[in-house]
Write a protein of this length. Structure first.
Lengths: 234, 234, 234, 234
């Protein structure tokens, strides 16, 4: 099994850097409003910048509110490939589920996978290291009664499967956040612990997303993508 | 704690009969398409008829496909009160959740409770013994990735709360069916074990719904509803 | 044909008063957020208060944001019947349509009619004069491309049919607003002429809703409801 | 204004052939279930085959039930480009609207345009002549009370705008079908005139879609796409 699951972004990125071209490693975080907020004062990308040596890592936020998987697909060239990153962290899925209910324009499960596959293929063929993150939360209740829990679990599983199929490192935020809430949210609150509003991370949620891995990943898990050359910025 | 949870319909109904007027006890099953199918050849009501002595119990199906809580409310007089039942089993909730997605006309959680409260009040003030059943399944997958799991858990919990608030006996089908699937659906199939089509009971599902309780409920749990007189058919 | 269509609220209410008990006539406006805002500084109820002699008319707002037809049904006793009005203006329907899309909990067309029928029956049997208003707008574009135009037309027609069936006066806001927009919204704007936000009335929209009828309705159209006695406050 | 609107498919295709390479002209119909049924016994493609000389036209159906604009985008290479057509008729949009309500996975209006643009660009850069058709009907009622009328009008207008922007010939089925219904559906029936089931064409609907144009389009309107070379099959 080549997929590799890590506790949070810091560990995966740090481990990735060990195998790649000299610094700074350019990392793009590609996602929705959660990632858009990730570069704010308490955002997870901002926190990662504080943790990782600046001379070694250039962390770039590329989140746009409301984005679904096919929005990423449509703006891949402009917002990612044109910037020649070494690593791209794809963190998407909340709106693909949520918009089914709120706007009638969520993403079919099978199309979610098709677009995700195509997105990864386009990056991997440029030699970009791709890291996937599962969608974390839509509601914090711990008794599995958040309205979209079933579907969010479903799409998180799709992301895990996609990561495995493409040999991508995986940051399983859904799993990590659920574990954390089991301990911290004994009152079964709907929001306010790891999120501000059921979806967007609180400072505590951003800390959890960004925190360093306790168990450093094995380097083998981070071997180059199949058929990929070295970094694409020579 | 006055609410009383039983494994399935047979036990609750049998226990109820011990405290009530001489036979036959008239029991109406009030619900949606699952109950409509309940009087079919392998239906759960048909199975109950085979289990309970005919001279003691008259079991009447009053299920209509597509019904939500407010449909029951609107046809209560015509289909239930006019028939002077001793006991009414209310088994509703699947469409209140499902139609949110399929038709845009599901039931708000707070209105689900308001209508349920009103429904029970109207029956209890006639001295009818009311038994509630939680909605069982929309999808049989056991890893909590059925799309509507979160919301179905939510509404099942609402039914449990309503039962407690009105001192109604509760047949917690959701809980029972999940327990059964944990053992029987190790392949994580979407349907085909307890349902035919993710929702409507298979013969096996009907058996589970109708089976006698292994632990007979305590009689105390079935004491008359507050302020209720004896049976309403004197 | 006994249904009576008038241009706006003022005319219908004024005409109604001619046939009823001595002043002041108590009129309750029963609806959703549009009616809730109707008592604001530029609201349509406020404007009506300025137009109709205070000694003859007591105008009461009873709008609650987010209400659908069955919310009115559920709070009829508390918010309307308990106040013994002479006239009730029912202005509902926008959320019954809108929430289908935004929340998955709109109202089925057939249930919309069933609850509306029941609502009117309960008021008419108390001798209350009932006036219905059609839902006005969800979007102001004039080329029939507002996303919910088809469905809003559908539900407006249901209100017209219900008014006819119960011999209620009708204020056909939908029809009036569309006529006004045909003249004023030649740029096909989505909002900003009669609404602030596609739904809630601008000062201009409130003026249109409240303005006096140009053609006073015939008194015959306002004859007492079948079987109704005189006003219910003796 | 370079866009060109024709009454139905036959005329546009025939006119197109005048400007292109020697026969047979290969035409692919690219769409959803309506096009999938178009090759059936009474289907519109079958009818076109009967009208157009077989030695001059090769008509190929490439419809798949449930398809939305991005499904066409995703299978363009496999089902269209790999077959080197001279002309492609794109007839899509019903599911982009319908699935918003029925499945929560319709297509955002802005994304509909983005994917449509991309689809056309990929075909035009191969020198393929692209013809667009507006989505015809979801419900046949003529008083603009079909639930999805507003949204379907919206998306039909988007298709007209896209056709204009890319200088594509347009077969405005929506407009033609509405005109036909205004004459034939005076009873305001929901289905049964041009459709079997509100969406899929009846034999009469297929005839209307396929019938020859009464006014042959001007040749100028069918000039080669900007920057396009000759046919792509040399």
């Amino acid at each position: 099994m080549r997929t590799f699951t890590c506790l949070a972004f810091a560990g995966v990125i740090a481990a990735t850097s060990l195998m790649m071209a000299p610094p700074p490693l350019r990392v793009i975080f590609f996602g929705d409003s959660i990632t858009e907020a990730g570069v704010g004062p308490t955002g997870y990308i901002t926190q990662l910048r504080g943790m990782l040596p600046r001379e070694n890592f250039e962390l770039i936020g590329a989140g746009i509110g409301g984005n679904k998987i096919y929005d990423l697909y449509l703006r891949l060239e402009r917002d990612v490939l044109s910037k020649s990153p070494d690593v791209v962290v794809v963190f998407i899925g909340v709106n693909d589920v949520w918009h089914k209910r709120s706007m009638g324009t969520g993403t079919d499960a099978d199309k979610f996978v098709v677009f995700y596959d195509a997105l990864i293929a386009k990056m991997q063929e440029k030699g970009i290291r791709v890291i996937l993150a599962t969608p974390a939360l839509i509601g914090e209740k711990t008794d599995c009664t958040n309205d979209l829990d079933g579907e969010l679990n479903h799409y998180a599983q799709l992301v895990r499967d996609v990561a495995a199929a493409h040999h991508c490192a995986l940051v399983d935020l859904r799993s990590e956040f659920l574990k954390s809430l089991a301990a911290k949210n004994t009152a079964n609150a709907e929001k306010g612990i790891l999120t501000e509003d059921r979806v967007h991370f609180s400072p505590e949620g951003n800390r959890l997303a960004g925190r360093p891995a306790r168990r450093p990943p094995s380097l083998n898990a981070l071997r180059p993508a199949p058929g990929a050359g070295p970094g694409n910025r020579s």
